[in-house]
Design a protein around this ligand. Structure first.
Ligand SMILES: Cc1cc2nc3c(=O)[nH]c(=O)nc-3n(C[C@H](O)[C@H](O)[C@H](O)COP(=O)(O)OP(=O)(O)OC[C@H]3O[C@@H](n4cnc5c(N)ncnc54)[C@H](O)[C@@H]3O)c2cc1C
Length: 391
């Protein structure tokens, strides 16, 4: 005998149409829920558009982030299936590239640090290995032959995050979701201890569940009660792109130096990123930022010198106090957070979408996200963080 399926939740409103809001919306709409996404501007033009699309759980390991690494690894394993499902649902291929990621040391000093990264990778069970000079240059003949050392992480893939946004928008709409763009700043509405909907573009919309996925702007969402306000801040990143000949690219793997990364796209763009700056929502591109990216990229891959610069931009990572995402319910019934994905929001899209959609539909917290709730910061942090951000 079949078990009775749990009742569908009532109307769901999502604040923010980046990859996080869109992917949760897609999962919920595909399951038959009534979902509306409210985006103040054009969907997917925040951090989700500015990102490099690396799925770099292994190459990015940092001491002290063991718990986060487990979540990153989990989401990384979901990516191939997620990309295939999304292609089927939207007709858009998000260009999941599987060459892997190479991290290089440009000097003896950097080699010492690369050795530490490798040791940490081995402790955490990352599949990585040192590349000898011959193999390195066979894989990437345009690299500086005087590099001091290199590691390959074969499982660290990349996707085209701007295509990802387009695919998610289409899949969400095809599943019956409603995307309301350019509605200006959306506010959360709460009654006595529960979420009751949102206000957007001067109109009130009723919802039994409100999911706030407003990236780096989440603490500024009007109406968000202090008890549900996450310690999230903008972490500025400057980035640029040069154009390679797509028929003869000078790089095929994602490449990490200790000060920049390079991400080759199938259409010939080569992204060079990114700075990490605590400057609030400052949108300026600086000479120093560009110089440090270019200098580091050029030392590893001298051939970029001849390539035309085609684009430069700034984005804001939603950084939380411990660099891990903030996922799950709050003290306010019906009010859910999906934010704080910092430098890994593209990588964390599949697990976030599955776990938050599951939470809304069943009331159950997926064990994968159980350690990433707002409660881990303690009750006194939220107001302080918020006033620091707006200072
Ligand atoms: C330079 C850079 C490089 C990165 N590279 C990578 C990478 O290689 N791999 C990786 O995994 N991650 C990367 N990231 C991180 C990743 O981009 C983010 O973690 C992810 O995009 C966060 O998605 P989001 O949907 O939460 O936020 P966003 O994409 O910023 O979306 C939030 C949306 O909410 C909207 N919004 C805000 N306030 C309101 C409001 N009041 N009402 C209505 N709408 C509102 C905004 O307009 C925005 O569209 C990078 C980020 C940057 C900046």
């Amino acid at each position: 005998m079949n078990a009775t399926p749990p009742p569908r939740p009532g109307k769901i409103a999502i604040v923010g149409g980046g990859v996080i809001g869109l992917s949760i919306g897609w999962r919920l709409a595909a399951a038959g829920c009534a979902v509306e996404i409210f985006e103040r501007g054009a969907a997917g033009h925040g951090a989700s558009w500015a990102a490099a699309g690396m799925l770099a759980a292994g190459s990015e390991v940092e001491p002290g982030e063991r718990v986060l690494f487990g979540l990153l690894k989990h989401s990384q394993s979901l990516w191939p299936g997620f990309a295939a499902e999304l292609a089927e649902a939207s007709g858009i291929d998000v260009e999941l590239r599987t060459e892997g990621t190479i991290s290089v040391a440009l000097s003896q000093d950097e080699l010492g640090r690369l050795r530490q990264t490798y040791a940490l990778q081995q402790q955490l069970g990352v599949n990585s290995r040192w590349l000898g000079r011959a193999e390195l240059l066979e894989r990437e003949p345009h690299l500086n032959p005087r590099l001091a050392g290199a590691i390959l992480v074969p499982g660290d893939f990349q996707v085209e995050n701007r295509m990802l946004v387009e695919a998610l928008k289409l899949a969400f709409a095809r599943a019956g979701g409603v995307l309301r763009e350019n509605v200006g700043d959306v506010a959360v509405r709460t009654g006595t201890d529960r979420a009751v909907g949102v206000t957007a573009g001067g109109s009130d919309y009723t919802a039994e569940t409100v999911i706030v996925a407003a990236g780096a702007w989440t603490p500024d969402v009007a109406g968000l009660p202090a008890a549900a306000c996450p310690p999230v801040r903008p972490v500025k990143g400057q980035m640029m792109a040069v154009r390679m000949d797509p028929a003869a690219p000078i790089l095929n793997h994602v490449l990490w130096t200790q000060k920049a990364y390079l991400v080759p796209r199938l259409d010939g763009r080569l992204l060079i990123g990114a700075t990490t700056e605590e400057r609030g929502f400052d949108t300026s591109l600086t000479a120093g930022g560009m110089l440090s990216l270019l200098e580091s990229a050029w030392r590893a891959l001298p051939g970029i010198e001849e390539l035309p610069i085609i684009e430069s931009w700034v984005g804001f990572r939603p950084g939380s106090r411990d660099d891990a995402p903030i996922l799950g319910g709050t003290a306010i019934e019906g009010l859910v957070l999906a934010t704080g994905h910092h430098r890994n929001g593209i990588l964390l899209t599949p697990i976030t979408a599955d776990a938050i959609a599951g939470l809304v539909m069943t009331g159950e917290t997926d064990p994968a996200i159980a350690r990433f709730g707002l409660a881990r910061f303690g009750p006194h942090e939220f107001e302080r963080t918020k006033s620091w951000i707006s200072a």
